[in-house]
Ligand binder design. Sequence first.
Ligand code: CO
Length: 141
Amino acid sequence: MALGRLNHVGVATPSIEKSIALYRDVLGATKIHEPFDLPPQGVRVCFVDTPSSQIELIEPLGENSPIHGFLAKNPAGGQHHVCFEVPEIHAAKADFEAKGIRVLGEPRIGAHGTPVFFLHPKDMGGVLTEIMETPKQGAAH
Ligand code: CO
């Protein structure tokens, strides 16, 4: 297992539009991507670029969104997960499982168009951790 780049920090929000205004007007973010829906994951997503990484703003999409529970506990929103890149998603999954870390579900296509999975926060020091295959050069985002 080789730890890759911190691809993004996921931030749950009740309003992507309000969060965009915060990152733009208060923090001075200049590269804010167009928000888009990810219906299979029940989220609406917007990436904000920073010089070294990205913030992934996540708003609930639909009644069964997994973000509703998070916002019930954190009505103003908050830090939801961190995402690290790995070179090969299936090798990473096998490696985590061999170490007894619970992998939540099978790899699926994430917001960057490459396969991702999540690791159980109870096995990761309380941090919901997303593992993402490094996008090939020239891919979107
Ligand atoms: Co993410």
